[in-house]
Structure formats: C-alpha cells, structure tokens
Ligand binder design. Structure first.
Ligand code: ADP
Length: 550
C-alpha cells in the first residue's frame, strides 16, 4: 500500500527535474520511502517469517528471506531508501546476520523521530537523545544481559548457529547443520601475530553439488577444490607441498594474430615452432626449479607440459576458480602470479611466491573426486560440501550457512552472547524508559521514543508467528520490568533473559532454551540503525539540479 502511495505521490516526480524540497516535506518523503522498504522486509523477520520470491528482468528467480539479499535484488531508486539498502549490505558484510532487524529498527526510529520533529522538537535534540539512548543501551546490554561463552560451552556455539539458521531454509535440519558450521569454524582457528585468535569465514570453502539430500552434506578439513589432477599419470598425493598459484596459461605460446614473418627456408619454420613450445617449457622449468611440487592454475595446461610435471613428480591442476586460488594463496602464504615477467622484462619465478601446506591430495569423497589442500601454513582451512536438490535450494542453503558461519565467528571472537526472541529489545526498552525519566531535559522524549521503537522487533516476531502480539509483548514487558526492579541477587533477575517462544506463543527463558545471539551483532545493529536514522533525520533540504537546457 505504502509503495503505491509513494509512486502516485506527485512529489516523487520532483526528483526528475530541477527542484527543491525542504523541511517537513522532505522528512515526510524520506520516512515514507524507508517505511516502504521496511514494510517489504517485515513479514520475513524471525523463525516463522515468510519468504520472498524475486524475479529479475531476465526471469531468474531467487527465493529467500535474507534481508540483505532481498534488498540487493530490489531496484531501489529513492535516495533515502538507498541508505537503508546500504545499511543492510553493510550489516551483512560486517556481522553476516541481523539484516532484517536493522532495517526495521532504523525505519521505526526514523518514523518516531519525525513525529517528534512535527511536535516542535528540534532534530538536533532528537539526535542527541537517540545517541544517548543507544550508548546507554549498549552499556546495559554488555553489563547485564550478556553471558560469557566459556560458561555455556560448545552447546552455546551450536545454539547460536541454530538461532541464525532458524529463519532460513536450513531450519528443518538445524540439528545437523549447526554442529557442522561450528566444526568448520573451529577448524580454521588461527592465532595472528598479536596472539589474537581469529576465525576467518573465507577460510571455509562452501562447495555446492547437485543431487542427494541436504543431510548428506559433509565437512572436510582442508581447502577442497572441485577439480582433479590434470593427468592420470600424475601423483595424487604430495606431502610437504610447495604450492605455486598461477593465473596464466601453461599452453604452447603462439604468436599474436597479424604478426608477419617472412622466411625462405622450411627449417626456419620448424625452428619457430620449436621455440614456441620451448618458451612455455622454460617458464615451467623456472617454476619447478624453485622446488614447487604442486602447481595450480586458473587456465589450461598443455600436454607437452604435463609430461614435464609427471617427470618432475609434481602435481598440476588446471581450470581452478580464481576465487579459490586467491583464498588458497592467502591460506598457504603464496602469491597468485599472473605473469613471470619482472620489472626488467625478464621472466623469473621467485621461491617467495610459493605457498606451503602439509599435504595436497586427490581424494574420492562420497562420489566426488576432490583436491584437498590440508594443513595450510598461514590460515587453517576447512570445506563444507553442500548437497541439495536444485540450484535455488543450494543457493539459499549457502546463504544460510554463510550467515551461521559469520555468527559463530562473531561469537568465538567476542566471547559473549545475549538471549534472542525479543528478550534483549524488551529489556532495553524497559531500561531506557526508566532511564528517560531520570533526565530532566528534552532528550527524555527522544529516549522514550527510542525505547518504544525497540519493541518493533518482538511485536513483528509475534505477528509473523500468527500470535497475539499485543498480549505477548505486554507479558514480556511485565516480566522484564519485574526483573529490572529486583535487587541484584534476587532470583527474579533471571526474568531478564525471557523472550518469545514463537512456536507455542509463550514467554520463556530463551537463554536456557538456547535461543542465543552474539552480543556484538546486537550492539552493531543498534549502532548501525541509529547511524542510518540520524543521517536521514539531519536532512532538511533536498535539491535536485535541473538537466542542462540546450
Ligand atoms: P535477521 O535478518 O535480522 O537476522 P531473521 O529473520 O534471521 O532476521 O530473524 C532474527 C530474529 O529472530 C532475531 O530477533 C532472533 O532473536 C529471532 N529468533 C530466531 N530464532 C528464534 C527462536 N527460535 N525463537 C524466537 N525468536 C527467534
């Protein structure tokens, strides 16, 4: 409904010509555009949210309920709405999850701020109030609502992964995929030079293979390449691998089209042909001379060269994906080499370009032949091979898995979690309401609105689950109010971890129920939503430059 209103709104046309829109009018326009975007996403929030089917202009279909994916596929042209889209993309990049929530929150904050401005509160005051509210909320969340992961153990990581998967295609098989995601992330643990533990998501390679059922997906340690060795005669296992990653053709060198050479002796022709082959062989020998025993290239390898590799006892793999080689290079410490020519125009291959791994092996896993790079030197790697009926399923499974991996990473790196299902939002809402009344300034009003805006998450979750949101949220608020008014050691404080059980339409202890999310991702969504809302609120003039008159 909102979308149609916006399209029919004659003011929207002002963007096409030279024009100026100011004050309340521009704020209304921005709010309406953001509301339109958030209304699209609203129904997909939570474990019982619905999916969207998006069809692009060539007829490709994507079925998803991932906020960032939906927004990236929509063609959003309104400048304010585009800010929300970039907000979701940023959240997806940095945290990997929470994209729908952040958009809903930002648009609700903006709508409420606009109401305040209409009631003659200056935008600067609203922004100051919002900022203070966000700061207090983050502090309260870190101090009172979060629990250390070590206290909860490995189960906690599995539960975090399950919560992230609960709204996605993997929900039905979360007991299978959540431990898989946790194992894959634990396998890539790397300690950096500063002694910090890092879990890079990119070190987990996700391969998709048609056929079989989702539960026949599996994880292997090492970086898996969906390729085979270039020749049957070649070794299929190399230990203490010295890996050359190449982005160049190891085929016979041919002269460029249009080159004319006049010769008067057929032997010279032979000599040219021989030289053409010799050039590639020379390159290859330079690479082998550095001790390389595994050669991976994104392009082809000539039969002539294959013989050379076999004789040298090296393994060569052709037609690897460039992205895979980039990641292998990073994990093994190699450099992806696209040309052997140095600055002086000579062709050399430095031993420093090689990467190292304990073993590179071709293995038959399930019914696929895969090349596995095991024990990579710089960053450990692991791979998950997804099985699924068709492309749509596999793509959506990959997106869901990516979110879960990112969330496990955040949990492992930050080490603390908060209960989900609207528990945090309600707790913060009650806290901020009380906090607002302690202030005697105008910011009080903005903080109270911030508190109310947070309730949009539990309300939408309950609504999407076809439950009575008014009843449930009121009950939840009563629990949290009791918890926060109780003294520190009182057993009532446990009510602080209560959130929604969307399947049964009840209010339960979500920390014990295992509905957990990393604290850092909640903090990040609050901060990002605040940034987006305030940057839009600050706009009080929109000037479109007219096209030049001829
Ligand atoms: P986002 O894109 O924002 O991550 P999701 O559709 O994944 O959106 O929904 C996340 C929301 O669903 C979070 O607020 C989370 O607390 C809630 N949630 C996830 N699993 C459950 C569950 N089992 N019970 C209640 N709430 C849940």
């Amino acid at each position: 409904m909102a979308a149609t209103m916006y399209q029919r709104d004659p003011r929207a046309g002002l963007f096409l010509g030279g024009s100026r829109v100011s004050g309340a009018e521009i704020r209304d326009q921005n709010v309406m555009a953001c509301q339109t975007v958030s209304n699209i996403l609203k129904s997909s929030l939570g474990p019982v949210g619905l999916d969207k089917m998006l069809v692009d202009n060539v007829g490709d279909v994507t079925i998803t309920n991932d906020g960032a994916t939906i927004l990236s596929l929509l063609e959003v042209t309104h400048p304010a709405a585009r800010i929300l889209v970039s907000l979701a993309t940023q959240q997806d990049k940095e945290v990997g999850d929470g994209t729908t929530s952040v958009v809903l929150l930002a648009s609700e904050l903006l709508r409420r701020a606009n109401e305040l401005v209409r009631n003659k509160i200056h935008p600067t005051t609203v922004i100051a109030g919002y900022r203070l509210a966000c700061k207090e909320a983050c502090r309260f969340m870190a101090e009172q609502l979060s629990t250390k992961v070590d206290k909860l153990g490995r189960d906690c990581l599995v539960n975090v992964a399950k919560t992230s998967m609960s709204s996605k295609i993997l929900a039905a098989d979360d007991d299978f995929f959540a431990p898989l995601a946790v194992d894959a992330m634990l396998a890539v643990k790397t300690v950096n030079a500063r002694g910090e533990k890092k879990y890079p998501v990119k070190a987990v390679n996700v391969l998709k293979a048609h056929g079989k059922s989702a539960r026949e997906s599996f994880m292997v340690k090492g970086y898996a390449l969906n390729c085979t060795v270039a020749s049957q005669a070649m070794k299929t296992r190399v230990q203490n691998a010295k890996i050359a990653c190449l982005d160049m053709n190891l085929a016979k060198q041919r002269m460029h089209l249009g080159v004319h050479i006049t010769i008067d002796d057929p032997e010279q022709l032979e000599a040219i042909r021989a030289r053409e082959s010799e050039i590639t062989l020379e390159r290859l020998r330079k690479i082998l001379a550095t001790g390389a025993n595994v050669i991976l290239t994104t392009k082809g390898i000539d039969d002539l060269c294959l013989k050379e590799f076999v004789e040298a006892g090296a393994m060569a793999v052709r037609r690897c994906r460039k992205e895979d080689l980039r990641r292998i290079a990073k994990a093994t410490g190699a450099t992806l080499v696209s040309s052997l020519a140095n600055l002086d125009g000579e062709e050399t291959f430095e031993a420093t370009s090689l990467g190292f791994a304990d073993e590179v092996v071709q293995e038959r896993i399930s019914d696929d032949e895969l090349i596995l790079v095991k024990g990579t030197k710089i960053v450990n790697s692991s791979s998950i091979i997804l099985r699924g009926a068709n492309d749509y399923m596999l793509d959506e499974m990959e997106r869901a898995l990516h979110d879960a991996l990112s969330i496990v990473k955040r949990t492992l790196e930050s080490g603390s979690v908060v209960p989900g299902g609207g528990a945090v939002e309600t707790a913060l809402s009650i806290y901020l309401e009380n906090f607002a009344t302690t202030l005697g300034s105008r910011e009080q009003l903005a903080i109270a609105e911030f508190a109310n805006a947070l309730l949009t998450i539990p309300k939408t979750l309950a609504l999407n689950a076809a439950k009575d949101s008014t009843d449930l949220v009121a009950k939840l608020r009563a629990y949290h109010n009791a918890a926060q008014n109780a003294p520190q050691a009182d057993p009532k404080r446990i009510l602080m971890f209560y959130g929604l059980d969307l399947l049964n339409g009840e209010v339960i202890d979500n920390r014990s129920a295992g509905v957990l999310e990393p604290t850092i991702s909640k903090i990040k969504s609050l901060k990002s939503a605040l940034e987006a809302a305030t940057s839009l609120l600050r706009i009080d003039d929109s000037i479109t430059v007219a096209p030049e008159q001829k």
